[in-house]
Structure formats: structure tokens, C-alpha cells
Design a protein around this ligand. Structure first.
Ligand SMILES: [Zn+2]
Ligand SMILES: [Zn+2]
Length: 415
């Protein structure tokens, strides 16, 4: 028995000190060079060069996605996904390999970019996994499809790869695995059977009224009053239409209207972000939003508001049988005390599309990469999406690689 981040063998495969040093360099390079969602051009080239140097065939998919295929005779075909994008965040970690990169958002704004969700750890661990399996062909058999997926943060990339023929061009897997670094102590693995993350939907709602002078409200249809009523009434969906035991979130994150206090504007717009645990609840909440927005508009004599769907994250469902198989491998390799039962989080993930698109099971787990003393006395380190998010590099590389090895070899290992 070994713990997740020590260097004893995992399923017969050892991470040597020079190997760890090599992939620490890879990780730090990726960390210092993040790119925004759907713009991961240099990252894709870096991954392609690395796979090429390892002698692993690859192809570009979904513009900035890369698929590596490692074939080793007969046996199961397994997909393993690493997401590759950074976030528009100004890194404040003070690390000597901190990012100073900038990028350009689709609206033309220049922003700082940081691997603030730790996707750099996923890429480094996947490349290390590929190198280890390539060097240990006698210990496993089958085919590993390495999916380096762009644009996770915008729910763009998994869909883009599927639309670009991912599963026509790569061997079809029997299961798709994925992992994510979490604000957890090193050695911990977070997993649960069933829904692992929430479904999410973001909409922009434009309420159209009638403009007038602020002193003549009778000539107006005030879109601000109508939109304000909508925002308040939307809060009753979770509190009045769902059972108290059903977790869901309806957040209005932006609200814009008007330019001057004495002009009633033509329109008002707001964005709403919805988190739901399953398809049934999603349908109830989205229908309620449409109903409330429409009825409040009618109550204000306003025309039907415009609803634009901005993005949608699918379910991230951990197939019970496949999850049990992976968890059993984790317990065998790292001890059952390494496993943490995940609560249903309200975070979101688009990895589910990769498996759901071809009707095969998926398994998604989290791994820790922080010093345990950061969790003493109820404290915790800054989490994903924080400008201070800083997994410990060695723990991230070793932990991520060993968790990946254990999960993948649960299917491809020779028992
Ligand atoms: Zn994220
Ligand atoms: Zn992430």
C-alpha cells in the first residue's frame, strides 16, 4: 500500500526522481503560459510536440484540442481527458513560475490569464501518464485515447471536439475517465457515484419596454421595473417550486439598464445562471424562468422578452459500476483512507459530453495537491478560480499522475 503522492510503484510503475523533475518542468512551463478558452494554440502545439517526442500518434480536433492514441495490442479502449484552458484572472500567487500572460476575450478586451483552475496539472499528469505507459508496455494492454480538451471553462471544448468528429476519428472507448485538481490535502481522492457536478445554464434576458422622459412614466413601459420584478420573482423558483431537499441555484449575475436618472430607457437586460442536479430539475427550473419572465412582461404591458442561451454545461454523471471499479483500484493502490465521498457540488463540467455523446459510462474524480497543514483548524487554501490558487507543484504532478495511472490501469492493467 502506498499513499497517492509518495513515489512507490503504482500498479508496478515507478515515478523516478529524474522523471518527476522532468514533469515538474512541464507543469511549470504550462503554468507560466496559460491561454484563454478556445485559444489554446500554443498549448496544443506543446502537447503535440510532447506526444510526438514520445512516439505517440496524435491529431488535432476541435481547433485547439489534441487527441493522442497509445495502442498496445488487444484489450479495452479507454478515454482519458485533460482540459487545457486558463482563465481571465490576474495571478497573485507570488510563485516564481507565476503567469504574466495576457489574452484577448472575444469582445476584444485584453485581460491577464492564469491557470486558475489547475488545468495545467491535468495536462502535465496526462503527458506523464502517456510517457509512463509508453515505457511500460509489458504491464498493460489495450488502447488509451488521450483527450486534451480545450475550452472547458466556457462549456465549448467537449462539444467542439465531438462536432469535429472525435469519435469517428479516434477508437471508440468503453469508458471515459477525467480528473480535476481540487483544494484538498495531498493524497486525497474525491469521488462519488451518480451526479458528480451540477448541470448549468446561462441565459441573457432582454426586457423591451418603451422609452420616455423620466417625468412622463405614463408614456413609457418601464423595462427596469419589469426586469426588477422578474429578478425578484425568479428567487421564488428554488424556494417555492422545488422540494427543500432538491439543491438548485438561480443567480442573476448582471443587470444593466439606462444611462441617466431622468430617462426611462428602451430596454433592460440581465443574465441568469442556473445550477441543477439532474435533467428533471433542470427542466422544471428553466420552464419556470420562461413562465415568470413572460408573465411579468405581460403584467407590465411589455412585449415578450428576448431570451438568449449563452452556454450550457451537461450532466457530469459517474456511472455506478465504472465508479466502483475505479474506486476499488484507488483503494488498492493508495488505501481506502485516501477516498473522500464527494458532496454534490454546484460546480460544472463539460466532460460528460465526451461519454454521453456515444452512450458509454464516464467517471470523474478530484485529487488533492496541497500540504495537509493548510487544512488545520478548519482552514483551507484558496480554491479553484482564485488568483491565489496554488497547488503545490510536486504534489500536483505526482498525485495527478499516480491517480491517472491507477484509474486507467483499472481497465488496461494486466491482472
Ligand atoms: Zn474552472
Ligand atoms: Zn477546471
Amino acid at each position: 500500500m502506498t499513499t497517492l503522492t509518495d513515489t512507490r510503484p503504482t500498479a508496478g510503475i515507478t515515478l523516478t526522481e529524474p522523471f518527476i523533475e522532468r514533469y515538474l518542468e512541464v507543469y511549470k512551463h504550462l503554468h507560466a503560459n496559460p491561454e484563454l478558452s478556445a485559444q489554446e494554440f500554443r498549448t496544443a502545439e506543446y502537447i503535440e510536440e510532447h506526444l510526438n517526442a514520445l512516439g505517440i500518434e496524435s491529431f488535432r480536433c476541435g481547433k485547439t484540442g489534441v487527441v493522442g492514441i497509445l495502442r498496445n495490442g488487444d484489450g479495452p479502449v479507454i478515454g482519458f481527458r485533460a482540459d487545457t484552458d486558463g482563465l481571465p484572472i490576474s495571478e497573485q500567487t507570488g510563485l516564481d513560475y507565476a503567469s504574466q500572460a495576457t489574452g484577448t476575450l472575444p469582445d476584444g478586451t485584453t485581460v491577464p490569464v492564469m491557470h486558475g483552475c489547475g488545468h495545467d496539472t491535468h495536462v502535465a499528469a496526462s503527458l506523464a501518464l502517456a510517457a509512463l505507459l509508453k515505457a511500460s508496455l509489458q504491464l498493460w494492454s489495450g488502447t488509451l485515447v488521450l483527450i486534451f480538451q480545450p475550452g472547458e471553462e466556457t462549456a465549448y471544448g467537449a462539444k467542439a471536439m465531438i462536432d469535429d468528429g472525435l469519435w469517428d476519428r479516434a477508437p471508440k472507448p468503453e469508458v471515459v475517465l477525467a480528473q480535476h485538481v481540487m483544494p484538498l490535502a495531498e493524497g486525497k481522492l474525491l469521488i462519488r457515484s451518480g451526479h458528480m457536478a451540477s448541470l448549468a445554464d446561462s441565459w441573457k434576458i432582454t426586457v423591451v419596454g418603451r422609452q420616455s422622459h423620466g417625468s412622463q412614466p405614463e408614456k413609457s413601459i418601464d423595462p427596469i421595473v419589469a426586469a426588477a420584478a422578474m429578478v425578484l420573482r425568479l428567487q421564488t423558483i428554488v424556494s417555492r417550486e422545488l422540494a427543500p431537499s432538491t439543491p438548485a441555484v438561480v443567480t442573476v449575475g448582471t443587470f444593466h439598464a439606462g444611462l441617466k436618472e431622468n430617462i426611462i430607457p428602451e430596454s433592460a437586460e440581465f443574465t441568469v445562471n442556473v445550477r441543477t442536479p439532474d435533467e428533471e430539475t433542470r427542466a422544471v427550473v428553466l420552464a419556470a424562468i420562461r413562465r415568470i419572465v413572460s408573465a411579468e412582461a405581460a403584467a407590465s404591458r411589455a412585449p415578450e422578452p428576448l431570451i438568449e442561451e449563452l452556454n450550457n454545461f451537461p450532466r457530469c454523471y459517474n456511472d455506478p459500476e465504472a465508479t466502483a471499479r475505479v474506486a476499488t483500484a484507488f483503494a488498492a493502490d493508495f488505501g481506502s483512507e485516501a477516498l473522500v465521498e464527494a458532496p454534490l457540488g454546484m460546480g460544472s463540467e463539460d466532460a460528460g459530453w465526451l461519454s454521453d455523446a456515444i452512450g458509454v459510462p464516464g467517471v470523474f474524480w478530484g485529487f488533492g495537491a496541497f500540504e495537509p497543514n493548510l487544512f488545520e483548524d478548519g482552514a483551507s487554501p484558496s480554491g479553484n478560480h482564485s488568483p491565489f490558487f496554488a497547488p503545490e507543484a510536486r504534489l500536483a504532478v505526482v498525485g495527478g499522475t499516480r491517480a491517472a495511472l491507477s484509474g486507467v490501469l483499472a481497465y488496461l492493467g494486466r491482472n
